[in-house]
Design a protein around this ligand. Structure first.
Ligand SMILES: Cc1cc2nc3c(=O)[nH]c(=O)nc-3n(C[C@H](O)[C@H](O)[C@H](O)COP(=O)(O)OP(=O)(O)OC[C@H]3O[C@@H](n4cnc5c(N)ncnc54)[C@H](O)[C@@H]3O)c2cc1C
Length: 388
């Protein structure tokens, strides 16, 4: 049985959110216990060296990118970063073209004369920008541009998005389509952020360095909900009221035993294959919009580049419905009026428990990139008078 009374803070979740807060607390001389029900640290950014000697990310391809000096400076205390610009590709109609689509895509699918005309018209129609959304192009009155937009929509956006979210093309939320822009140049910059890099020895090592403090104890493979219960207005741990603070970064609906209903998520299944080949595909991450069942394939020896002969490891990504009590993981929150209402109800319940802080991507039911998760964790630390 864990003796929680030894700690000033109990943190649930050893992902980047919980780890940043644990680190801040430890530096401020607080005694912290961090618990995760998985048997490893780092949450969804966990990576490991596989049998091929390749650094593999267990929960899908993760690339660090940010415009925040604060986040960059903070994380650089725990790892050296190496510059890395993700070059994504799309396999469409038997050819491989850049993602986001750019002028190379036009050259790949149009003859010389038509390509020249289309590029000129795009520059004329959108003179002050280098990035436009597919929605803007679909709405264009210019026939040449509209035809290009329909070509991209039919062969990529609609197929990929329908598979990713498990809906028919007619049900696709247009806001989702806006996420991957179309570039009006030959640039191949997927994220477009000031800092784009990878931790030299991987994300797990970075988190390990963060948690390396005599003020932090780590307990893995343990579900806190075995011990934690929410009574009328108090947090119970091992049948006693807990007076220290709890930082909970797990799913908020599960914490409240789904009393206001389940929050929906989209999940993914990664089929990992180790191959005796030098190279599998032209790019670290390639999308396959027309493929049956799967959306993307990641080739890990290119993420970042790893010099290993004769072997490669790939992850094939299958989107699926998330179901509680199954092996699926809650990955992408599904924002719609029903889920948003349920989430607000859970949020409102929290005010009854002043020593319980809920945060992170699962606690806030919000998709965070890693830099946003770090930013959020630093803000939570500050709000709780943890110096930064
Ligand atoms: C497929 C995919 C690709 C992504 N790619 C990128 C990318 O390229 N760049 C980028 O910046 N971001 C990316 N992200 C986002 C990134 O994964 C998140 O920002 C980050 O993982 C959030 O960390 P977190 O600590 O909030 O959550 P998590 O990492 O999920 O940590 C929460 C932890 O809490 C634990 N937990 C939950 N409940 C309990 C309980 N009851 N008891 C004990 N432990 C519990 C869980 O086991 C988990 O380890 C991607 C996300 C996905 C899904």
């Amino acid at each position: 049985m864990i003796d929680y009374s030894m700690y000033d803070y109990v943190i649930v979740g050893c992902g980047i959110t919980g780890s940043v807060i644990a680190e801040r607390l430890a530096v401020n001389n607080k005694k912290v216990l961090i618990v995760d029900r998985r048997n490893h640290i780092a949450g969804n950014i966990y990576d490991y060296i596989d049998e091929n000697g390749i650094l593999v990310q267990k929960y899908g391809p993760h690339i660090f990118h940010t415009n925040s000096e604060t986040v960059m400076e903070y994380l650089s205390k725990f790892t050296k970063f190496i510059d890395y610009k993700l070059q994504c590709k799309v396999s469409m109609l038997g050819k491989i073209t850049p993602s986001p689509f750019n002028f190379q895509t036009i050259d790949d699918y149009y003859d010389l004369k038509k390509a020249k005309k289309l590029k000129q018209e795009l520059k004329k129609e959108y003179p002050n920008t280098e990035r436009v959304s597919i929605i803007e192009l679909l709405k264009s009155d210019n026939e040449t541009i509209k035809e290009y937009a329909n070509f991209l929509f039919d062969n990529d956006y609609s197929l990929y998005t329908a598979k990713q979210w498990g809906v028919s093309p007619s049900e696709i939320d247009v806001n989702v389509l806006k996420r991957v822009p179309i570039l009006l140049n030959y640039d191949c910059d997927y994220f477009g952020d000031k800092y784009q890099c990878m931790p030299e020895l991987g994300f797990t090592k970075m988190i390990q360095n963060m948690l390396n403090s005599r003020n932090i104890d780590i307990k893995l493979g343990y579900d806190i909900l075995n011990d934690l219960k929410l009574d009328e207005n108090m947090v119970i741990l091992n049948n006693n009221e807990y007076k220290g603070k709890i930082i909970y970064t797990g799913p908020i609906d599960e914490l409240f035993q789904y009393q206001n209903g389940e929050l929906d998520y989209r999940s993914l299944y990664f089929e990992i294959k180790r191959l005796d080949e030098d190279e599998y595909q032209d790019g670290a991450v390639v999308a396959y919009p027309a493929a049956k069942g799967f959306t993307r394939i990641t080739e890990y020896k290119k993420l970042p580049y790893q010099d290993i002969d004769g072997k490669t490891t790939i992850a094939i990504e299958y989107p699926l419905k998330y179901m509680i009590n199954s092996k699926s993981e809650p990955y992408y929150p599904i924002s719609n009026p029903t889920n948003n209402k349920k989430y607000l109800e859970y949020q409102n319940n929290l005010c009854k428990f002043p020593n319980l802080i809920v945060c992170g991507r699962l606690g806030n039911y919000k998709y965070y990139n890693m830099d946003q998760a770090v930013q959020n964790a630093l803000e939570v630390s500050k709000k709780n008078n943890i110096e930064f």
